[in-house]
Design a protein around this ligand. Structure first.
Ligand code: ATP
Length: 938
């Protein structure tokens, strides 16, 4: 291999036949590579990864920090302030400090953002697909990135191909290559071809490509190219750094920044131009006031706090088994108003146990639990048209009855699962529905290994959610004829293909009356919440010609009977459904199962309520999209639907203004998952294709996890709103205080320097804001209806709150400013101890924010009603920030740097007194709202 390795990245593998391919790759179709070969090749070829060109480089992340319009304005302020100071012969302290803080803010933002990007990359890794390979003669699952050329990879329907490869064995292998060729129709792959070198990508029918999707069938493939050498890798290398989309919240924040900057620039222009027109000599003072206002209006710490909040949100969600694949989902999950969920595995446990069997002559109850092949067949009551066996008949005798035996045989031969015993625990490998059928057959002493050896499978029509059935063609033991086809699937569809029925050892015509009776039995079982499958078979003299369709093959079958299995609801789902309803979220069941089965389980779980409709796939097909939109809000169960119906359902719900979360696991669910506002894939049973299309992956496949993630989404969003309220309220207070100083005081002086404002916005606001980001949920978080994802950041009173609290802040500080200016000029020598009043204003603004931080924790509950230790970070931040603020006044170097003055005990007390009023005001507001609401109710 080493001698051709130079060539391999470009080698045209489609020109080689299978044996030459294996030889060139020095591998073996049965044994795969040895572990030594694997490690040598891993060293040679590196990991099988596509290097992301979409992500930003560290330098780009750093530069992005400084392209923010608010930071640019600060830089401009620093320049002007520096020039003013130098003109005056002063050291440009403010300018340097602003620069430093701009840089610090940039670096902090950089660290947080690159951490968030890394965390997201790590999450992606967790969701990265596993691949089944043969190495050292053993089948094993490895991470896709460990694949090397020469690995023998096993593909089946639903997986995404993880490397380029040559097909060496295939059964009905169909692959969708839209990701590479844009062709959405699936391509059937073939083993025996060798193709000319210039064959185009789409026509290389003996190769499979990384990133394409297996739609149907199974195959064994030898890996030829990995990582950036694959066709997908080549395309990825060609695409230049695609910008990653900003999330809705980032967009809102940019908008907010623009509004604030524009607003402050207008204000600055107004103050400077207007003020100078009135009094030309005040230009310098006014300019300084304007600079401070410009600094005050910008919430410098906000972007960093938001980034941290989202990153923490994804971590909390992952702890609750919800893996976020796309960051905006964290913010928008809280807005979900309808959850469309699959039934099997998500609402139910997906642990099937067969409970009933119905053949032409018998109605049987099957005992036993789980997949353990221990249990008995008991006659419930003889079928009315049956041969009248007495109920006392023994279990073994029943198993050997020809009609029961034929049905059990079909259970085994038309089956892709395997029953296994490990440490006395019976488990299944494969689909639980099929596992339950194997357990049933084993209870009837039919052993899978032996039968599949005696009657090897020579052909198949695999199961799909569209056809809702599958068939296999198996060779027969010589005495019984050449071949037989075994079919199982949805009873209505399977019986439609039958013309005869087996009764005892005889084959009889299937009369219309009998057909009706069977469908009634099916309905009776389904109404008990059982999942029912129908069984049939047909003797064949020969295998079908290669191009026979499933439709053509499954004709004139012999009906064998029905099997009903119980798939119990997940115990936690009932409570989750109730929580949804309280939270104004409507749960909807979408299933491929029988309408009565679906209805029984939906009613049991509280999903279907009186007056709700069940809509069947066939009915849905008859409806136009506008008609479906009319009905969609009354339907809580969709049954016997195909994946393409899901897309129509999502669209109809969205057109009614719903914000839809939709689950899916199959390949064909991908379009619906993409269309849904929150596409949710199953972590355990989901196909790679569905995961790739999703916003979120349920690590435990559980409906209750969706509800938990929605709750976390609401908590994240409400915390973001909470600290925006907190931060911007103070910004508005600062601006108003600064603007009012020249109006109210006899001097046109700036109460706060840009440096002090930066300190407030970054440190004294920043710390408590970070603490508020981890505020636990309010008790009513899942008791209020969802909020629109499109609502403005100022919606639901937030804008009003900010302005109101900003004004209260300003009134308090301005009153204090009046008092302290008066007090300072009367009692102190302005030359020896200048600007004491300014330090008092600065201190009051900072400390008042501490009261605000404590009070803003709850919108409705008074502070004494909130456990102070339920978020100890707020208390911690308040204590630390207060100490830091006092250090700025009482530690000399800091005092000199920040331009503060020592204030005495009385002055400090006055500051504290005014600050407490802020807290009192917010608490009074809560009391007022409470009183107002109770009066309205009365
Ligand atoms: P959900 O969409 O909620 O997961 P589901 O699992 O019932 O529901 P599908 O897996 O699409 O949906 O199955 C649809 C129908 O196809 C089932 O009701 C059953 O009748 C039939 N079916 C399911 N699994 C098999 C199988 N392995 N072989 C044959 N028929 C099957």
């Amino acid at each position: 291999m080493n001698d051709h390795s130079q060539l391999d990245s470009q080698f045209a593998w489609h020109t080689l036949a299978v044996p030459q391919t294996l030889e060139r790759l020095e591998t073996n179709a049965q044994i795969g590579l040895t572990l030594q070969q694997v490690s040598a090749r891993q060293a040679q070829f590196g990991p099988n990864e596509i290097q992301e060109t979409g992500g930003r480089t560290p330098l780009e992340i750093l530069i992005d920090q400084f392209t923010n319009v608010m930071l640019l304005m600060l830089i401009a302020v620093a320049f002007v302030s520096g020039i003013l100071d130098i003109q005056d012969g002063d050291f440009p302290k403010d300018a340097i400090a602003i620069f430093l803080i701009v840089i610090l803010n940039g670096v902090l933002g950089y660290l947080q953002e690159s951490r968030a990007e890394k965390a997201l990359a790590a999450l992606k890794n967790m969701a990265s697909p596993l691949v089944r390979v043969i190495r050292d003669g053993k089948t094993q699952e490895i991470a896709a990135k460990e694949l090397v050329p020469g690995d023998v990879m096993l593909l089946e329907a639903g997986v995404q191909v993880s490397a380029d490869g040559r097909v060496i064995e295939a059964s009905s292998l169909q692959i969708r290559e839209a990701a590479l060729t844009g062709e959405s129709n699936a391509v059937t792959k073939q083993v025996t071809l060798t193709l000319p070198e210039n064959t185009s990508l789409g026509d290389r029918l003996n190769l499979v490509y990384q990133g394409t999707e297996v739609i149907l069938g199974r195959a064994k493939v030898v890996v030829t190219k990995t990582g950036m050498n694959t066709e997908l890798g080549r395309i990825a290398a060609m695409i230049q750094g695609v910008e990653s989309e900003p999330t809705p919240l980032q967009q809102r924040m940019t908008q907010l920044g623009n509004v604030l900057v524009t607003g402050s620039l207008i204000l600055v222009a107004f103050v400077v131009i207007g003020g100078t027109l009135v009094n030309q000599s005040a230009f310098r003072d006014l300019l300084e006031i304007s600079l401070s206002m410009a600094v005050a209006v910008v919430p410098e710490g906000l972007p960093a706090v938001i980034t941290v909040t989202l990153a923490l949100g994804t971590q909390r969600m992952v702890k609750r088994n919800a893996l976020i694949r796309k960051l905006p989902a964290v913010e928008t999950l809280g807005s979900v108003s309808t959850i469309c969920s699959d039934k099997t595995g998500t609402l139910t446990q997906n642990k099937m146990v067969v409970q009933r069997v119905q053949t032409a002559s018998y109605s049987l109850r099957v005992t036993g639990e789980g997949y353990e092949p221990l249990g008995e067949f008991k006659i419930e009551n003889p079928s009315p048209s049956g041969n009248g066996h007495a109920p006392g008949i023994a279990s073994e005798q029943l198993q050997n009855d020809p009609e029961v035996r034929s049905l059990l045989l079909t259970c085994v031969l038309c089956n892709d699962a395997q029953l296994q015993e490990e440490k006395q625990q019976w488990t299944i490998l494969g689909d639980p529905t099929e596992g339950a059928l194997l357990a049933l057959a084993a209870k009837g002493q039919l052993e899978q290994k032996k039968l599949t050896r005696q009657m090897p499978r020579v052909g198949e029509f695999p199961f799909s959610s569209e056809t809702k059935r599958m068939s296999t063609i198996c060779q027969q033991p010589s005495s019984e004829g050449a071949y037989a086809m075994y079919t199982k699937g949805s009873p209505e569809l399977t019986i439609n293909r039958c013309t005869q029925i087996q009764q005892g050892a005889e084959i009889k015509p299937l009369t219309a009356e009998k057909r009706k009776e069977i469908l009634n039995q099916n309905d009776l079982m389904a109404a008990q919440g059982l999942r029912v499958l129908g069984f049939a078979y047909k003797p064949l003299t020969d295998v079908f010609p290669a191009d026979t369709s499933q439709q053509e093959a499954e004709q004139q079958l012999v009906w064998l009977g029905l099997v009903g299995m119980l798939d119990a609801p997940r115990p936690e789902v009932r409570a989750a459904v109730a929580k949804c309803r309280q939270a104004g979220i409507r749960p909807v069941m979408i299933t491929g199962d029988h309408p009565l089965t679906a209805k029984a389980i939906a009613s049991d779980l509280g999903i279907a309520q009186s007056g709700d409709r069940v809509l069947i796939g066939q009915e849905l097909e008859q409806l136009s999209q506008p008609e479906l939109e009319q009905q969609v809000e009354r339907v809580s169960v969709y049954a016997r639907v195909s994946p393409e119906h899901k897309l129509r359902i999502v669209k109809a719900l969205q057109s009614r203004g719903q914000f839809v979360a939709m689950t899916g696991d199959g390949v064909n669910d991908a379009p619906a998952l993409k269309q849904a506002d929150i596409g949710i894939a199953m972590g355990i049973t989901g196909t790679d294709v569905s995961k790739e299309a999703s916003d979120m992956v349920l690590l435990d496949d559980n409906f209750a996890t969706i509800v938990a993630a929605t709750e976390e989404g609401r908590v994240v969003y409400s915390n973001i709103r909470r600290f925006i309220k907190y931060i911007l309220g103070s910004n508005i207070g600062e601006v108003l205080t600064i603007a009012s100083a020249p109006l109210l005081l006899p001097v046109a002086d700036v109460p706060l320097t840009p440096l002090q404002i930066l300190w407030m916005n970054l440190v004294t606001d920043g710390f408590p804001a970070l603490a508020l980001a981890v505020e636990p949920p309010e008790p009513d978080v899942m008791k209020t209806p969802p909020n629109s994802p499109r609502e403005s950041i100022f919606a639901r009173g937030l804008g009003l709150y900010m302005v109101r609290i900003g004004i209260i802040f300003a009134i308090l500080t301005i009153t204090l400013m009046g008092w302290s200016y008066d007090h300072a000029t009367k009692n102190y020598n302005e030359i020896l101890q200048p600007d004491r009043w300014k330090t008092m204003v600065f201190t009051t603004l900072c400390i008042a924010q501490m009261g605000h931080a404590i009070a803003v924790r709850s919108k409705t509950r008074l502070t004494i009603e909130v456990n102070p230790f339920s978020n100890p970070y707020v208390l911690g931040a308040v204590v630390i920030t207060t100490i830091l603020q006092l250090m700025l006044i009482y530690v000399e170097p800091l005092r000199n740097f920040f331009g503060t003055q020592v204030i005495d005990g009385l002055e400090l007390l006055v500051c504290l007194g005014f600050s407490v009023l802020m807290f009192v005001w917010i608490e009074l507001e809560k009391l007022f709202v409470r009183w107002y609401k109770s009066r309205k109710k009365a």
